[in-house]
Design a protein around this ligand. Structure first.
Ligand code: ZN
Length: 393
């Protein structure tokens, strides 16, 4: 349980958490998270409702759909009060926690952005005259309760069921066992008839079977944002200075280290604190891809100001149903943001990265500086290792 829902903003209990809360208060507004508790679904709902009540002229909360177990999926929108005078603003969007077991990171970080934008009206007024921000802090409320990556669906088949012996993929991105759930982040298809699953099994799956993905798709269609950032959490990795990204062969261009490692190697490396990536599916327009790269660059530049922050490119692939590619294919700027767990990835630091990265993108959009950036400056991002070895033959 959060210890402070009554006033929304009462600090945690111990001296050390109070110190942390105080230190970050100026920027991050994380007071209500200054303890070790998870942010459960009821608390998330109450925080959103409180935000809406307290800042009713600029915050609105909407249920964008229901999860498979019928839990509400919420979006919170923060805009200028002057929106009522029909100011035309640019809509931008961020979503978090598609994977239910990626805990203590994106949902809380995104809430801190919502709260900052809503409450610091003096400082953010100008921003919100240009940009309206839509946030879906937790796409997968069922998986959060189940502590699992997937949504919860007892009808979901097992991964690989229906695949043929020639390596044909039926399109089941599900758990290894049947009856667990679907990986929401493989089902962002605006046109379901283009999906692998539909093409293989049109009679069994005439519709997208993943309600959480459908909810985000329809919200995105409705909002029609300039861009959308999808926040996740990855494991512990280091940068790989020996590898360069080959844009001609995206998704497969990672040189693996060899095994066994060189007896003289020291094992040096920097721990990656976040990895970012843009859409690389062939069908993504250059315009959408460039905009995505510009967002990545803005975030990268802002985050590298942080002490102890190492930002890398995320080694992702071309699959069209992943949000990063799916929203890119639809013409939106689209960015994957993977926070790291691990040594430097403590809770507050992770949330700070969400807060800082998203606000940087929002500011750059509001001022227009986003569009001045050379998209190719993403080549500054170092590669992240994949932890994959090639056995020496
Ligand atoms: Zn994830």
């Amino acid at each position: 349980m959060l210890k402070a829902l009554g006033g929304l903003l009462v600090a945690g209990t111990t001296a050390s958490t109070q110190a942390i809360a105080k230190q970050s208060k100026r920027e991050v507004a994380l007071d209500y998270l200054a303890n070790d508790d998870l942010l459960d679904n009821d608390e998330l709902e109450r925080i959103l409702q409180q935000l809406e009540r307290r800042y009713s002229d600029r915050v609105s909360v909407m249920e964008i759909g229901r999860s498979n177990q019928d839990r509400p999926i919420y979006a919170v929108s923060i805009g200028a009060s002057s929106n009522k005078q029909c100011l035309k603003t640019t809509d931008v969007m961020a979503i978090g926690q598609q994977h239910g077991d990626e805990m203590i990171s994106s949902a809380e970080g995104l809430l801190s952005v919502a709260q900052h934008l809503a409450s610091k009206q003096g400082q953010t007024k100008k921003l919100l005259e240009e940009v309206t921000v839509h946030i879906v802090p937790r796409v997968n409320p069922d998986g959060f309760v189940a502590r699992q990556r997937y949504n919860v669906d007892t009808d979901a088949p097992a991964r690989g069921e229906g695949d043929d012996i020639f390596g044909g993929d039926a399109g089941f991105y599900t758990a290894d066992d049947a009856g667990i759930g679907w990986d929401i982040n493989r089902y962002h298809w605006f046109d379901w008839t283009e999906s692998n699953l539909y093409n293989n099994l049109p009679d069994e799956y005439p519709e997208n079977p993943v309600p959480e993905a459908r909810a985000v798709l329809s919200a995105t269609e409705e909002i029609d944002p300039e861009w959308i950032v999808d926040y996740h959490r990855q494991g512990t990795y280091t940068t790989d200075p020996d590898v360069t990204f080959d844009p001609e062969n995206p998704g497969e261009a990672y040189e693996r280290g060899t095994y066994p490692p060189d007896p003289d190697a020291s094992g040096a490396g920097d721990i990656v604190t976040s990895s970012l990536f843009w859409p690389i599916n062939d069908g993504v327009s250059e315009e959408a891809q460039d905009l995505s790269k510009q967002i990545v660059s803005v975030m990268y530049n802002e985050l590298t100001e942080f002490e102890q922050s190492t930002i890398s490119r995320y080694p992702g692939g071309t699959y069209a149903g992943i949000a990063r590619n799916g929203y890119g294919l639809a013409g939106y700027g689209s960015v994957l943001y993977e926070l790291s767990t691990g040594t430097l990835g403590d809770r507050e630091f992770r949330m700070q990265q969400v807060f800082t990265s998203l606000l940087a993108a929002i500011r750059a959009t509001a001022t227009g500086s986003l569009y001045e950036i050379n998209p190719e400056s993403v080549s500054q991002l170092p590669e992240r290792e994949t932890n994959g070895f090639t056995i020496e033959e």
